[in-house]
Design a binder for this molecule. Structure first.
Ligand SMILES: Cc1cc2nc3c(=O)[nH]c(=O)nc-3n(C[C@H](O)[C@H](O)[C@H](O)COP(=O)(O)O)c2cc1C
Length: 215
């Protein structure tokens, strides 16, 4: 049986953060690194074992610029309102998140790689019940997270973003994504400046666990 180094495994799982300001925009990312991380992510679980995903990796500068412009359009009011609201509430942690999200939006085209995970929706009807849409999303986010963990293990970082989805159609046209595939996220990927990330502040498990009954 494989024996895992639990300490290292737990560190990987608890320190894989949304990286924005510490993405190294000046360092190239080798294609083989991305291919390996995607290969690893393919082991993730999916509903009906369907693996109905495709991954678009955008390195072309012109395309990155266009995607970044759409991202900023999708982000503008949301990030400004979020920052102001966090400031008014004295919520330092979320103020920092919105500030860093603004930095990413401002610099998106300079991130060396933009990875867009897409999922096949051809078997879905538009009026499918919510549980089916939830399962569809649940059939790609485990792979996205595996991809991010594999990146982190190699000194690379990323951040799940979705603000570009307001312009999903426009972006799909530019990069030729078929209408039967939905974009799920946009992952800016780069080497990180330093590799010492820390666990985030989260509520204690006692506040979220329910043994046998919700009460
Ligand atoms: C479904 C989803 C959508 C997200 N969308 C964005 C986004 O559009 N832009 C962004 O900067 N961060 C986005 N994030 C990252 C979150 O802001 C981040 O995960 C959260 O602040 C917690 O930070 P941590 O991952 O470092 O713990 C998204 C995360 C998830 C899971």
């Amino acid at each position: 049986m494989t024996k895992f180094d639990v300490k290292h495994t737990d560190t990987l799982l608890t320190t894989t953060r949304a990286v924005r300001k510490r993405l190294d925009l000046s360092r190239l990312v080798e294609e083989q690194q991305i291919e390996k991380c995607l290969e690893i992510s393919q082991q993730a679980p999916t509903g009906s074992n369907r693996q109905g995903w495709q991954w678009v990796v955008v390195t072309d500068k012109g395309k990155r610029r266009i995607i970044a412009n759409y991202y900023r359009q999708g982000a503008s009011n949301y990030l400004e309102d979020g920052k102001n609201s966090a400031r008014d509430k004295g919520d330092d942690q979320n103020f920092k998140v919105f500030e860093s999200a603004q930095y990413l939006a401002d610099n998106m085209e300079d991130v060396p790689l933009l990875v867009i995970p897409c999922i096949d929706t051809s078997h879905m009807s538009l009026n499918a019940p919510a549980r089916k849409w939830l399962s569809l999303g649940g059939s790609i986010f485990p792979a996205i997270w595996s991809f991010q963990l594999a990146l982190r293990a190699r000194g690379l970082g990323s951040c799940i973003t979705t603000l570009h989805l307001a312009y999903e159609r426009e972006i799909s046209k530019i990069i030729g994504i078929p209408e039967t595939f939905a974009q799920v996220a946009l992952l800016p990927v780069a080497y990180t400046k330093g590799t010492d990330f820390k666990p985030a502040k989260r509520p204690p498990v006692s506040e979220i666990i329910h043994w046998n009954s919700w009460e």
